[in-house]
Design a protein around this ligand. Structure first.
Ligand SMILES: *Cc1c(COP(=O)(O)O)cnc(C)c1O
Length: 258
């Protein structure tokens, strides 16, 4: 079966020099793709609807090079400066795609506008305005996802969305996104509170999906198709609950080193 442009055989055959590290990352990658496909099938979804973003934050360029050898082309990073340094060291390969998944500080907005293909973590109107301006100067329209704080944690960024009855209050702000010509809203992102059991994340994923339905009916002229949810700990459950983008780091690249 072909998935994200690959199948196990072509990936294995395209690999010439198999080091231990490459072998491990490749096996992790293929196992993750297999599990995504299985979770999609089990819930009646097509695996082609789901993209795997490999989170390479705090991983060295050496690890990323091995990941590229393993067939990985889509990376997610948390810190714009760290990410752009890595891109530079790699020589800005044109066949790679980079997503920003972490909180973006105002002074890093230009880096995001210039070097990333999707921002998962748009978390305030202020950031949206700055980014819109920067993308305008860059002559670029940036696809963005809105980050929602679905667990109501004080430590988390994103629009507070833990109480369903307060969702209508979000609209006053979100409606302004329609007037930002250089941003293209594509959907939602969430990061549930840390939990010992992956199953605990399920209710947060379901809630995010419900919020997606709400936004679809309330702000129909924006696009709400993408759902970025699920990490190493709980991505199969996220797929079962409708994720279209999943963000997996350690389960593929191993423990973060930097
Ligand atoms: C680090 C991170 C991930 C990946 O987490 P893992 O546990 O390594 O899979 C996903 N999303 C965001 C926003 C992150 O910061």
């Amino acid at each position: 079966m072909s998935f994200q442009g690959y199948n196990r055989l072509t990936v294995l055959l395209s690999t010439k020099l198999v080091t231990k590290e490459l072998h491990i990352i490749q096996e992790n990658y293929l196992r993750t793709l297999d599990r995504i496909a299985a979770a999609a099938k089990a819930s009646g979804r097509s695996p082609e609807m789901i993209r795997l973003v490999v989170i390479s934050k705090a991983q060295s360029v050496e690890v990323i090079k091995i990941a590229i050898q393993a067939g990985i082309k889509l990376f997610g990073e948390n810190y714009p400066e760290e990410a752009v340094e890595k891109m530079e060291t790699l020589g800005f390969p044109v066949d790679l795609e980079w997503h920003m998944v972490g909180h973006v500080q105002s002074r890093k907005v230009d880096l995001v506008a210039k070097h990333f293909q999707l921002l998962h973590s748009l978390d305030s109107l202020k950031l949206a305005r700055r980014l819109d301006r920067s993308c305008g100067q860059e002559g670029k329209k940036l696809p963005v996802l809105l980050e929602f704080n679905i667990g109501g944690e004080a430590s988390k960024n994103g629009w507070l969305a833990n109480q369903e009855k307060k969702w209508p209050d979000l609209l006053d702000e979100l409606v302004n996104l329609r007037d930002m010509p250089n941003l293209s809203v594509k959907g939602l992102m969430c990061m549930p509170p840390p939990a010992d059991l992956a199953e605990i994340s399920r209710s947060y994923f379901i809630k995010t999906r419900k919020l997606q339905d709400f936004l679809r009916t309330q702000l129909p002229d924006l696009q709400w198709t993408e759902l970025s949810m699920g990490t190493s700990a709980d991505y199969d459950i996220a797929v079962e609950e409708g994720a279209t983008l999943i963000r997996v780091g350690t389960a593929i690249l191993g423990t973060r080193t930097n």
